[in-house]
Design a protein around this ligand. Structure first.
Ligand code: FE2
Ligand code: FE2
Length: 377
């Protein structure tokens, strides 16, 4: 078999760091040498030629060439990226998010044909969520929001697993329900699960205030349906945004994506365009600095309405397998999306690139500016 060409890509950038992913390397040492900043070297395992690492100590706001060299690549590979400029204002807080955990799932893909072989002791949704929480808290998140589809079918043992990781976490985890948390017979409703297991879930609204921010968590589910609605809770959510302390930023988190266009981008269905536009307009009219982010699509997208940005952030457990972070200052918010790079997670998330007839590898990640960007007011 002809070996595939090694690939090096930049998945995430911040002002002083860049997350680098590689695949199809040879075993041996890999050296990543940025044109500005310290190099990083590591051994590539012959059984795991896909991996990732974060280059730290980079200068902010600069174009940087990263040279991959060493025995792991047949010839040096140069990748260019640009670090973000420093965020204006004083950093006040860091918030983390995870999404679409689907605890209890054992497969992925339109027909569910992608499975782990052999069956592991700990299934990929739990491994990926645990790894994402470790990375998010290492990054400095003081609270983590789980943006729905916490369980795959709302079953008691799935809620128990979610509760286990919530109670084991070193920071508070607050959830919003997703369609998968309500859609199945014999499932436990999120409200019942919250009572039974001592969870904090938006039902239909939950507000958290911290230094420099207000989190507005919204339940956008519609019983057993795939699509989302906002109208029933929109007025209260907009009021919560409007009552954000002056100078603070409001982050609205919900499960369903807000449709930007009259024609939706394939499955799954989010909140319809008219309802989404009404909500974005009402939020913009409050004058509060605000950003909205959802899950559900397992993809990365970004759009703006006036000064309000709406994003979709992918699933923690299938390609690319991510968590998101929000850096809050008194003048800006930065969204950064990082891949989970622990080897037993990457092995699975790389496998799921072949979903959707092989197109998932291009559909899910979106563009770097839709994942990592600054919103400055
Ligand atoms: Fe999902
Ligand atoms: Fe969903």
């Amino acid at each position: 078999m002809i070996p595939r060409s090694p690939r090096i890509e930049v998945f995430a950038t911040e002002d002083r760091s860049a997350q680098i992913l590689w695949r199809d390397l040879r075993c041996g040492e890999l050296v990543l040498t940025p044109s500005h900043g310290p190099p990083l070297s590591m051994a590539i395992d012959p059984h795991l030629t896909t991996g990732g690492a974060t280059l730290d100590g980079l200068p902010p706001g600069r174009s940087i060439d990263i040279v991959a060299s060493g025995p792991a690549v047949p010839t040096p590979i140069v990748t260019r990226t640009r670090t973000m400029p420093p965020l204006p204002g004083e950093e006040l807080a860091r918030i983390g998010t995870i999404s679409d955990l689907h605890l209890g799932a054992v497969n992925f893909g339109h027909r569910g044909t992608l499975r782990e072989h052999p069956t592991p002791d700990t299934a990929h949704p739990r491994r990926c969520t645990d790894a994402a929480l470790r990375a998010t808290t290492r990054w400095g998140a003081e609270v983590v929001v789980a943006k729905g589809d916490l369980t795959n079918r709302g079953q008691i043992h799935e809620w128990r697993e979610y509760a286990d990781l919530v109670h084991a976490a070193s920071v508070p985890i607050i959830g919003v329900p997703g369609n998968h948390d309500r859609a199945f017979r014999n499932g436990l409703a999120p409200e019942d699960a919250a009572r039974a297991f001592g969870l904090t879930l938006a039902s239909p609204l939950h507000v958290v205030d911290g230094a420099g921010y207000r989190l507005v968590l919204v339940d956008s589910t519609t019983g057993g349906h795939n699509h989302g609605r906002l109208d029933a809770v929109a007025d209260d959510a907009v009021t919560a945004v409007a009552e954000t302390e002056p100078g603070s930023v409001a982050l609205v988190f919900l499960h369903h994506q807000l449709h930007r266009w009259p024609v939706r981008e394939v499955w799954p269905v989010g909140v319809g365009r008219l309802e989404s536009r009404r909500f974005m307009e009402a939020v913009a009219r409050t004058g509060t600095r605000c950003m909205v982010s959802s899950g559900h699509t397992h993809r990365h997208r970004r759009w703006e309405h006036r000064e309000v940005t709406a994003t979709q952030v992918g699933s923690t457990k299938d390609y690319p397998g991510v968590w998101a972070g929000y850096v809050i200052t008194d003048r800006a918010v930065r969204q950064v999306v990082h891949r989970v790079t622990e080897p037993d997670c990457l092995r699975w998330t790389e496998f799921t690139r072949r979903a959707a007839g092989g197109t998932w590898r291009w559909v899910a990640p979106g563009l770097l500016p839709s994942r990592c960007f600054d919103q400055i007011w």
